[in-house]
Ligand binder design. Structure first.
Ligand SMILES: Cc1ncc(COP(=O)(O)O)c(C=O)c1O
Length: 418
């Protein structure tokens, strides 16, 4: 299989060069060129529609990153955008006082999300995970936190510790997904001082295969939290509205005390929420100050209400599961045929292709070659992050992507052998 031609990303690189003296690092965090494959992936995007995006050089991609998660319907989903534009034009969205949509959205969540009784709305996932920890600490009058997964960029949980005093995270302990024994051990030591156990209910660690819960894992965590009187928080910033409309807690049938939702709730508009048991949530009304100028802005609420209306009305998740499962089978078939050490993990709506570590240490080169061939074939998947299926991915998009995956695997096979 011949290599596909390298993309022209000259304009992306030009804008990046211009950005370097203006914005530290040119672009922030997980958007840095080094986080993809430098020189191969575009850096700046121009527009998107449905399941596709166009970069500043005019290359069009079938996009599976979906804005790192929020695009659950598709880019420029007209009904959602129109609802927001109407709100902005006819009523306004930024006021001193709160508009009524918060009640509507809070009510909706109580109908959809098993643990939801009361809600606090914020803007980002990091806002909401941090608020959940503060609520749990206020409710329990305890300090320590057990965590599992990525929870955002705030001081208590950020992975890169630069600029963060140790005291801000010295009471936070990590355990690995599916390692109940690790949590057990930590809780045996710190359980009576533990305010919260916060975890992604589905395992999606950075750079690694995704993991479903082993039988009894989530139930075991639930039991440990209850036994020690700690608040169980599910971080469903990614899985919320994706695995099921009620999130992974509905999908797996294990109910936390609090859940954090963000990304997929509003098809790209900034809104997040901590929602959960009344008695725990009430701690925040009595003891805490959680407030930001922008939290009550109604653009996010209107977008969330419309997005959820569409998810329910059009049975979007059923469709995502159906087409995602067909796509999954095709990819798995390719991986089996070419047998280059590539593995598919996750579930139909959220999937990841990784390369098994091998003795000769060729897995990194294989991975980079594979993802280089994919992006050159205009399929936007990420070498270090899982992809998502969105509502507007068409059967044609998925067929083209499956063909590109097959060709990229054939290229890797020819170049590296097994
Ligand atoms: C599981 C999880 N929690 C929290 C966050 C933080 O959300 P945000 O980037 O909106 O602050 C993310 C973001 O990727 C996430 O994946």
């Amino acid at each position: 299989m011949k290599s596909a031609e390298k993309l022209n990303i000259a304009r992306s690189q030009e804008i990046y060069k211009e950005a370097l003296p203006l914005v530290p690092g040119g672009v922030l965090g997980a958007r840095k060129p080094a986080d993809f494959i430098e020189g191969e992936y575009p850096i700046f995007v121009e527009s998107g529609r449905g399941g596709r995006v166009i970069d500043v050089d005019g290359n069009e991609y079938i996009d599976f990153l979906c804005g790192y998660g929020p695009i659950i319907l598709g880019y420029r989903e007209e009904e959602v955008d129109e609802a927001v534009i109407r709100q902005i034009r006819d009523k306004g969205f930024c006021f001193t006082l709160t508009q009524r949509y918060q009640n509507e959205l809070a009510k909706k969540l109580t109908q959809l999300v098993p643990c939801s009784q009361m809600s606090i709305f914020l803007k980002t996932g990091s806002d909401a995970t941090t608020a959940s920890i503060r609520i749990a600490r206020a409710f329990t009058n305890r300090i320590k936190v057990m965590r599992c997964g990525y929870h955002g960029w705030h001081d208590w949980c950020v992975e890169m510790k630069g600029g963060v005093p140790e005291k801000f995270y010295e009471d936070v302990f990590e355990f690995r997904y599916n390692r109940l024994d690790q949590l057990d051990e930590l809780m045996a030591k710190h359980g009576d001082q533990t305010a919260a156990i916060i975890m992604t209910p589905f395992g999606h660690p950075l750079h690694s295969k995704m993991e479903e819960p082993k039988p009894g894992f989530l139930e075991g965590v639930r039991e440990i939290a209850t036994r020690y009187g700690a608040i169980l928080v599910f971080d469903e910033v990614r899985t919320g509205f994706r695995l099921a409309i009620g999130g992974a807690q509905a999908y797996y049938g294990v109910t936390p005390d609090l859940v954090v939702l963000g990304k997929g709730m509003a098809n790209g508009y900034a809104i997040s929420v901590v929602t959960g048991k009344r008695e725990v949530m009430m701690a925040s009304a009595q003891k805490l100050f959680i407030s930001s100028t922008f939290f009550p802005n109604s653009d996010g609420f209107v977008a969330a209400l419309k997005t959820i209306e569409i998810l329910e009305r059009d049975r979007v998740l059923d469709h995502i599961w159906e087409k995602g499962t067909r796509f999954w089978k095709k990819i798995q078939g390719c991986l089996d045929r070419y047998d280059v050490g590539a593995e598919l993990s996750g579930l139909a709506p959220m999937f990841f292709i990784t390369f098994k570590r091998d003795e000769a240490n060729t897995h990194r080169a294989k991975r980079d070659d594979f993802y280089t061939q994919l992006i050159r074939r205009r399929v936007f998947l990420h070498p270090h992050h899982h992809g998502y299926i969105c509502h507007r991915h068409t059967d044609q998009d998925l067929d083209l992507a499956a063909k590109a995956i097959e060709e990229a695997l054939a290229y890797v096979k020819e170049k590296h052998g097994r």
